[in-house]
Design a protein around this ligand. Structure first.
Ligand SMILES: [Zn+2]
Length: 72
């Protein structure tokens, strides 16, 4: 999978569940990989979540706003 170097804003409705993985950065509606780092996220309310797209964030699963800028 191509490396994504930018955040992934994702609109979620209240109670929606999605999965994020730092190894194969993507946000999906179902678990698609077996990496132990994969994280399940459930939106407590309707919101737009800024998921990390580069996998280097220090605040997973959220983009920390700077780690992706350090990628060459
Ligand atoms: Zn994975």
């Amino acid at each position: 999978m191509a490396q994504v170097r930018y955040p992934l804003p994702t609109k979620l409705s209240a109670g929606a569940v999605c999965y994020w993985c730092p190894e194969c950065p993507a946000v999906t509606a179902s678990p698609t990989c077996n990496h132990p780092q994969q994280q399940r996220y459930q939106a407590p309310r309707q919101q737009i979540v800024i998921f990390c797209g580069c996998g280097r964030t220090t605040t997973p699963p959220y983009c920390d706003g700077r780690s992706h800028q350090q990628l060459a």
